[in-house]
Each structure stands twice: as C-alpha cells, then as structure tokens.
Design a protein around this ligand. Structure first.
Ligand SMILES: NC(=O)c1ccc[n+]([C@@H]2O[C@H](COP(=O)([O-])OP(=O)(O)OC[C@H]3O[C@@H](n4cnc5c(N)ncnc54)[C@H](OP(=O)(O)O)[C@@H]3O)[C@@H](O)[C@H]2O)c1
Length: 221
C-alpha cells in the first residue's frame, strides 16, 4: 500500500484524531490542523502516546495542507464552508476527503440538514473547484476509532466521488480502519445519501445503547 502525507483539518476533534491515530499506525505521515497551532500540537502528542514512533505533528490548518497529498475535512458543518473557502487555493490538486455530516438536532432527535449544494462534500467541491473531492468515513464513530487499534471489521467505509484516482486513495485509507478496502458507493452526489444516514445511526445508538456502523452484504470480503 502507498503511504501518504495526510493533513487532517479540524484534527483536534475526536473524529480527526481517531482517523489520524489509525492512519499513523499504518505508517502514513499525518499533520493535524487546527485554528490554533498549540492545540494541534497537544493533540498530536496524545496520538503519539497511543502510537509511539508514529509520524504525527500539529500545525495550523493552512500549514497542515501545505505539504499534504491527502486532506481530510473533519470540522463541524457550521465551520466548513468558511474554512474550505479560505483554503480553496491551498486545496487545489489535492485529494480532499470529507467526512462532514451536516446534521441538525431537535426534540425528535438528529436529522439531515438541507444543504444548497446537495451535500457538504459537493459544497466543498464548489468552494474549492481545484480539489479532488471524495466523501468517506461518515459512519465510523470517533469513539470506536480511538478506543482500540483493532480493525473495525464489522464495519465498512462507503466512499463516493467523481475522480476515480482520488476515490481509490480513500478506498485504500479505509484499510487501517476496517481491515478492508472501502466500498465504492458511486459518484460524489451520493454524499447526499451518505451524510444524513448518520442521523439514523445516532438514533439506533441511542435506542440500543451501542455504537452502530454500516456493513454492506453481498460483497467478497
Ligand atoms: N464524532 C464522530 O463520531 C463523527 C463520525 C463521523 C463523522 N463525523 C464528522 O466529522 C467532523 C468532525 O467531527 P468531530 O466530532 O471531531 O467535531 P468537533 O469536535 O466538533 O470539531 C472538530 C474540530 O473542528 C474545529 N472547529 C470547530 N468549529 C470550527 C469552525 N467553526 N471553523 C473551523 N474549525 C472549527 C475545532 O478545532 P480547533 O478549535 O482546534 O480549530 C474542533 O476541534 C464533523 O463534520 C462530523 O459530522 C464525526
């Protein structure tokens, strides 16, 4: 498998940190990005404590992108458009993976927000037209990523995108998470289905006191 230099924007949050942990254990070079360099460095220290010898460092979001081949967007949807717009030039030419789930919460629980572009991943593609956008890792829980180094073999990572090579990178990057390639789920617009599906998983988690995930049947393992 190739090794990549990966920037994780919003890498101080549990989702970015969890994926950084898995990827750095697998030998990828990871830079965690933050609005505050200090916070990113502190989170990188936490990851290295769990993965001694791993290549994980902290930087500002912009600095993190500078050397990256692959960029993970792991910020909340509220801050997403502003950040992607600000870094659009820096993201050009890079594989950009979005795991962003635009969700709202009300008295009935979580629900998928209406997004003018269709999905957060498509919004990123509009805001950073040179970036090679992929949607993936929407359904793996941050807690599961962090609490063990064991593959989440009962889960699949569904990957969508319009750039076949970029999609293949995300498919490979699923291996350190589930132990298998990610599943090609179609074009980038499939993010309209994948992102709000997370609301269903959150409801299931609440009802059954579990951390549910997605596993696709009918595929060779
Ligand atoms: N948590 C999960 O289990 C999970 C699972 C699947 C997908 N996701 C998706 O992954 C993304 C990250 O999830 P998370 O739970 O890690 O989120 P989070 O903790 O709320 O945020 C992650 C990081 O984003 C930065 N951030 C917060 N507000 C921002 C803003 N307005 N502008 C720019 N940066 C901002 C913060 O870093 P700094 O303050 O250091 O800049 C924060 O530590 C979300 O889009 C979520 O939908 C989460």
């Amino acid at each position: 498998m190739s090794t990549y230099r990966i920037a994780v924007l919003g890498g101080t949050g549990p989702q970015g940190r969890g994926l950084a942990y898995r990827w750095s254990l697998a030998g990828h070079e990871v830079v965690l990005g933050s609005r505050t360099e200090e916070r990113a460095r502190a989170t990188a220290d936490q990851v290295r404590e769990r993965a001694p010898g791993a290549s994980v460092h902290g930087a500002t979001n912009r600095m993190a992108v500078a050397d990256a081949e692959v960029v993970l967007l792991a910020v909340p949807y509220e801050g997403h458009d502003a950040l992607v717009g600000e870094l659009a030039g820096d993201l050009a030419g890079r594989v950009v993976i979005s795991c962003v789930n635009p969700l709202g919460f009300d008295a009935q629980g979580p629900y998928g927000l209406a997004v003018a572009a269709g999905s957060a991943a498509e919004a990123a593609a509009h805001l950073a037209p040179g970036a090679r956008l992929v949607g993936a890792f929407h359904h793996v829980s941050a807690v599961s990523l962090w609490r063990t180094a064991e593959p989440l073999s009962h889960e699949d990572v569904l990957v969508c995108g319009d750039d076949a090579e970029a999609k293949q990178v995300a498919i490979e990057l699923a291996r350190p998470v589930t132990g298998r390639d990610g599943v090609d789920a179609g074009s980038l617009r499939m993010a309209r289905q994948l992102e709000p599906l997370t609301a269903v998983l959150i409801n299931i988690n609440k009802r059954y006191k579990t951390r549910s995930g997605i596993r696709v049947s009918g595929l060779e393992s």
